[in-house]
Design a protein around this ligand. Structure first.
Ligand code: ARG
Length: 455
């Protein structure tokens, strides 16, 4: 493709070192769409005859079908997907094929292909985020009255509804979808016509190309258009954050599924056994998702590092952008799908979770709140209850089983009736009715809101 200037054949090692078709071959659909739109603009500009355009269009479509069918022989010595398709087209149709690359460079071509690919991927990711949100809402709805201990520092903190915990992830995933949507907005810029760096003296209707490919605008600066990989960095960053959320969810699932917690029952279909220990039922899906998050972070850092020292505009370093971004997209899509399926088949052991949440210590703060209602400053109330907790531990009884005299000695406000009411789990949950808190009414409303929003 550049043989005019060279007298020696390229080294075999160079060919395999510089080729990218093993990675970018998956861009063939976008490459073909981009080439057809570009060819149509060449026809409008009078550079291609209508007959030549038709030959190009049908030739490209046939090649696309062959690639889809797996019968197209990609050749590494032709470097990348762009050259493979163009070379084969030209071999088949001759002169018209050789005109396709007029007023175009692989620099603007690869930019348009990757943007088209990732725009589609953004749509799929958002769809699957929605799917996982639906599964979380579904699991919460199947156990809408269930209570679990909520944790801080992985120590039992306060009782919450199980659904409230799940809905926390629904909120996180919603922000994740928002980040992908935002990133897609900025990705929606059409680079073709920017050429290698400075456009072309052959002027094409770039707006028509943008419209045909479904982009909102054509890029306003040819140098930016071929040098920019922000869109990939942004997506990788959004996927890294999404991965972080799924990794935290994984950790909860792994803990909940352990014998020590014993809250969550995963289906046989979504757990694995051990080749040695017959009793094992392992939460490998969640562990792998947690593990794969390392790669999601790594892919972001790798691309940022690749880009940081590059002078404008295109540098071959940028060919390294694709492997990581494809890997992150694949990883996230697969993880979202399998998590949705796993949660659809999972269930809470409500009794086990409730009994863990029934530890009266989880309502120590509520007891302090009763003192506050009687006019005791909170810091003081905290200390009074703290001493009662220590006393209960000393005597070796549950906090609510301390003698009535002990409560009354701590404060006359702590009558047997107040103590009884405070340590009633149902009333304690009902009392948490501030907006955003997990009273059963609030959680029912939130489940209904998300169910409606996720249809
Ligand atoms: N395979 C290349 C890439 O992915 C296409 C652009 C090549 N441009 C060039 N001037 N060598 O970046």
């Amino acid at each position: 493709m550049w043989k005019g200037r060279f007298q020696q054949e390229p080294s075999e090692l160079l060919k395999s070192y510089t080729q990218s078709v093993t990675v970018d071959g998956r861009l063939y659909r976008q490459d073909i769409r981009g080439s057809i739109a570009h060819a149509r603009a060449l026809k409008t500009a009078g550079i291609l005859t209508p007959g030549e355009f038709d030959e190009i269009e049908s030739g490209l479509k046939t090649i696309g079908e062959e690639i889809a069918a797996g019968t197209f022989p990609f050749r590494e010595e032709l470097e990348d997907v762009h050259m493979n398709i163009e070379a084969e087209l030209t071999r088949r149709i001759g002169a018209a094929g050789a005109k396709l690359h007029t007023a175009r460079s692989r620099n603007d071509q690869v930019a348009v292909d990757v943007r088209l690919y990732l725009l589609e991927a953004c749509g799929e990711i958002i769809g699957r985020v929605r799917g996982l949100q639906r599964s979380l809402v579904g699991l919460g709805t199947r156990h809408s009255g269930a209570v679990i201990p909520g944790y801080t520092h992985l120590q039992r903190a306060q009782p919450v509804l199980f659904a409230h915990h799940l809905l926390a992830y629904v909120e996180m995933l919603d922000r994740d979808a928002g980040r992908v949507r935002d990133c897609a907005k900025r990705m929606d810029v059409m680079p073709l016509g920017s050429g290698a760096i400075a456009g072309s003296t052959l002027v094409l209707d770039r707006n028509a190309i943008a419209a045909e490919l479904g982009f909102s605008v054509a890029s306003p600066n040819s140098m930016d258009a071929v040098a920019d990989r922000d869109f990939a960095c942004e997506l990788l960053s959004g996927l890294a954050i999404l991965g972080m959320h799924i990794s935290r969810m994984s950790e909860d699932i792994i803990l909940w599924a352990s014998a020590e917690f014993g809250f969550l029952e995963l289906s046989d279909r979504h757990t694995t056994g051990s080749s040695l220990m017959p009793q094992k039922k392992n939460p490998d899906i969640a562990e792998l998702a947690r593990g794969k998050t390392g790669r999601l972070f790594g892919n972001l850092i790798a691309l940022l590092t690749t880009m940081k020292g590059l002078p404008l505009t295109y540098n071959r370093d940028m060919q390294e952008d694709k492997e990581g971004v494809f890997d992150s997209v694949d990883t996230v899509l697969a993880t979202l799908a399998i998590f949705a399926e796993m949660l659809d088949a999972a269930s809470l052991r409500e009794e086990k979770a409730r009994s863990a949440a029934s530890d009266p210590l989880l309502l120590a703060t509520d007891l302090a709140d009763r003192l506050v209602e009687g006019g005791v400053p909170f810091r003081q109330a905290h200390e009074i209850v703290g001493k009662l907790v220590a006393r209960a531990q000393e005597v070796g009884v549950a906090l609510d089983k301390l003698a009535p005299e002990e409560f009354l000695a701590a404060s006359p406000l702590l009558t047997p009736e107040v103590v009884r009411r405070t340590f009633d789990l149902e009333s304690a949950l009902k009392a948490r009715r501030a907006p955003g808190a997990p009273s059963p009414d609030n959680v029912t409303r939130e489940l209904a809101r998300w169910t409606a929003q996720l249809v």
